[in-house]
Write a protein that binds this ligand. Structure first.
Ligand code: G3P
Ligand code: CA
Length: 267
């Protein structure tokens, strides 16, 4: 592990404070910053006209009042949709939504929010379906990061941005273009070639799902011994938070940053 024993595990807001506000909306990210999250996680996809937007699914059907694939829609089409009311329906009558910033969120707007946060807020950006776009997602991402001065970490300081993916190829593209950016290899299961804790060449950080950690806590130590930081997703339950702390995990990615921070403060 790279954090000193006295330092708190890093708390990363998954899709923003997505338990309290519709995921991937400005409302969810503003709430996560208010809550004190150390970092914000977001998924990025390319629109038909080449904009990076923060949307998890391939289609907008689940999280908006529209239909269709993000890649087939232009930013103007997405901007006409409401990405908030699905959450009101899902949560039921007791849910008091106060979210107003619920239009589609561009990565550019999220970077502006972070730049104006008034404190250090890190970003964990996940490239979605990068193979379909053959490098365009990474290319656009790095251009945007460069505009914000985030493509190369300040000398001697840890990078405020890291790029995550389930695709080792996507991460390799990022490192080839911007070698200073840390990359996180996400894992839903552990493939035989990674069983001993080694990751694809050049990747510094492991991103196992919480199920991997629950079923095989010793894997965290293997990853650490191989020199990797470990960032675990999606850690919402107090017992999982405690497990990750016990194992010396570096960061947990959670839908409930406020509750997790309260829990950590009490522990
Ligand atoms: O933070 C990693 C995690 O977000 C990966 O899964 O499906 O929520 O993007 P998913
Ligand atoms: Ca994600």
């Amino acid at each position: 592990m790279t954090h000193a024993p006295h330092e708190r595990i890093q708390v990363v807001a998954h899709r923003g404070a997505s338990d309290d506000a519709p995921e991937h909306t400005l409302a969810a990210y503003k709430k996560a910053i208010e809550d004190g999250a150390d970092a914000l996680e977001c998924d990025v996809r390319l629109t038909a006209d080449g904009h990076l937007v923060c949307v998890h699914d391939r289609r907008v059907n689940r999280t908006s009042n529209g239909r269709g694939a993000v890649s087939a829609l232009e930013l103007a089409d997405l901007a006409a949709l409401d990405f908030g009311s699905w959450k009101d329906r899902e949560e039921g009558p007791d849910w008091a939504s106060s979210a107003t910033d619920t239009s589609v969120l561009t990565l550019e707007r999220l970077l502006e929010l972070v730049a104006d946060a008034g404190r250090r807020v890190e970003l964990a950006i996940e490239t979605k379906h990068p193979t379909r776009w053959a490098g365009q997602v990474e290319e656009r991402l790095l251009l945007l990061l460069k505009r914000f001065g985030l493509d190369t970490p300040p000398p001697g300081e840890p990078s405020p941005v890291r790029v995550m993916s389930f695709s080792a190829r996507s991460l390799a593209r990022v490192r080839a273009a911007s070698p200073g950016l840390p990359t996180v290899y996400l894992m839903q299961f552990v493939s035989p070639r990674h069983r001993e804790g080694r990751l694809p060449t050049g990747v510094g950080i492991a991103g196992p799902g919480i199920r991997i950690v629950r079923n095989n806590p010793g894997y965290v130590e293997k990853l650490a011994r191989a020199g990797h930081q470990v960032h675990v997703w999606t850690v919402d339950e107090p017992e999982d938070v405690d497990l990750c702390v016990r194992l010396g995990v570096d960061a947990i990615i959670t839908n409930r940053p406020a509750a997790v921070l309260r829990h950590l403060a009490r522990s």
